[in-house]
Design a protein around this ligand. Structure first.
Ligand SMILES: O=C(O)c1cc(=O)[nH]c(=O)n1[C@@H]1O[C@H](COP(=O)(O)O)[C@@H](O)[C@H]1O
Length: 272
C-alpha cells in the first residue's frame, strides 16, 4: 500500500482509526470458545462489524504467539481474511522486532512476504543495520518505536544522550537511513505534549498513536499537536473497542465504540 492510498481511505471514511486485535481467550465471549478457532471467529466478527469505521487493524503478535502454533494459525487466518476481503485496509503486525541484519531480514520476510502485512513495528535500539532490512521492502512500512505510551518510556527514551533526549536522536538519525521514506513512528497518546517537538523533527511522517481508551490518552490533544496536511495519524485503540461487551452482542458493541471514536475524528477533520 502507498501513503496516497492510505490518505485516500482516511478521507473517504473520515476516520484515522486503527483497531488493535489483541485477543485474549480469557476475555472473549464464552460462546466463542466452542468454535474450532475462537480467536479467528472473534476477529472475523469484529472486522466485519467495524471495517467501514477503521482504516487499519493492528494484531499484536504477542497475543497470538502466546497460544503457540494455534495462535500463529489464527494470526495467519486473520491477515489473509483482511487482505482478501478488505484489501483497502492498512495492516500492522505489532511485533516490535529488530536484531542483527541477517536476522532482521528474516523477520521482515515473515511479516512482509509470508503473511503480507503492510507494516511491522520495530525497536530502534540496535540501530541502522537492524532496521534497514525492513526498509528495503518496497510498498511496506516500518513503524519505529519513537516515544512509547508506557511509564518506562521515561527510563531511557527521554534521557539525555549527546545533549538531547534519546527519542529525538532516534527520530533524527533514522531519517538518514536508506529508504527512510518507508518509516512511520510510534508515539504514545499519553505523551501528546511531546508532539509539537516531535513534529519539528518529523513534520510529515505518519504516526501510530496507541494509548487512547484503556491507557487514558486524549484524541483531541494528540490531534492538536500531531495532525498534518495528510492527517499523518493512525490512532489505535485495542481493549477499549474489542472488549466492549462479553456477550453475544460483542461485535455490535465494538462497532458502537469504534463509531464513537470515528465520529470524534470526523468532527476534527471537518473543523480543519
Ligand atoms: O507499538 C504499539 O502499538 C504500542 C506502543 C506503545 O507505546 N504503547 C502501546 O500500547 N502499544 C500497543 O498498542 C496496544 C494498546 O492497546 P490498548 O491499551 O488496549 O488500547 C497494545 O497492543 C500495545 O502493545
Amino acid at each position: 500500500m502507498s501513503i496516497k492510498e492510505l490518505v485516500k481511505q482516511i478521507n473517504a471514511k473520515k476516520s484515522f482509526l486503527c483497531i488493535g486485535l489483541d485477543v485474549d481467550l480469557n476475555k472473549i465471549p464464552e460462546h466463542l470458545l466452542k468454535e474450532e478457532d475462537p480467536i479467528f471467529a472473534f476477529n472475523k466478527q469484529i472486522i466485519d462489524a467495524t471495517h467501514h469505521l477503521a482504516v487499519a487493524y493492528k494484531p499484536n503478535t504477542a497475543f497470538y504467539e502466546a497460544y503457540g502454533i494455534k495462535g500463529w494459525e489464527s494470526l495467519g487466518k486473520t491477515i489473509s481474511y483482511l487482505n482478501e476481503k478488505y484489501p483497502e485496509i492498512f495492516t500492522i503486525a505489532d511485533a516490535k522486532r529488530g536484531d542483527i541484519g541477517n536476522t532482521s531480514a528474516m523477520y521482515a520476510r515473515a511479516f512482509f512476504e509470508d503473511m503480507n502485512f503492510d507494516s511491522v513495528t520495530v525497536a530502534p535500539y540496535m540501530g541502522s543495520d537492524s532496521v534497514e532490512p525492513f526498509l528495503s521492502f518496497e510498498g511496506k512500512f516500518t513503524i519505529l518505536l519513537g516515544l512509547t505510551s508506557n511509564k518506562g518510556a521515561f527510563d531511557f527514551q527521554t534521557g539525555i544522550s549527546d545533549g538531547k533526549e534519546l527519542y529525538k536522536k532516534v527520530l533524527e538519525r533514522s531519517r538518514e537511513w536508506e529508504n527512510s521514506e518507508r518509516l512511520m513512528y510510534v508515539v504514545g497518546a499519553t505523551k501528546a505534549e511531546y508532539l509539537a517537538d516531535i513534529r519539528r523533527i518529523i513534520p510529515d511522517s505518519f504516526l501510530l498513536v496507541p494509548g487512547v481508551g484503556a491507557q487514558g490518552g486524549s484524541l483531541e490533544e494528540v490531534c492538536k499537536y500531531g495532525i498534518t496536511e495528510d492527517i499523518g495519524l493512525l490512532i489505535n485503540s485495542s481493549r477499549g473497542i474489542i472488549y466492549a461487551s462479553s456477550g453475544t452482542d460483542f461485535a455490535e458493541a465494538s462497532r458502537a465504540k469504534a463509531e464513537e471514536l470515528q465520529k470524534q475524528m470526523e468532527d476534527i477533520l471537518n473543523k480543519r
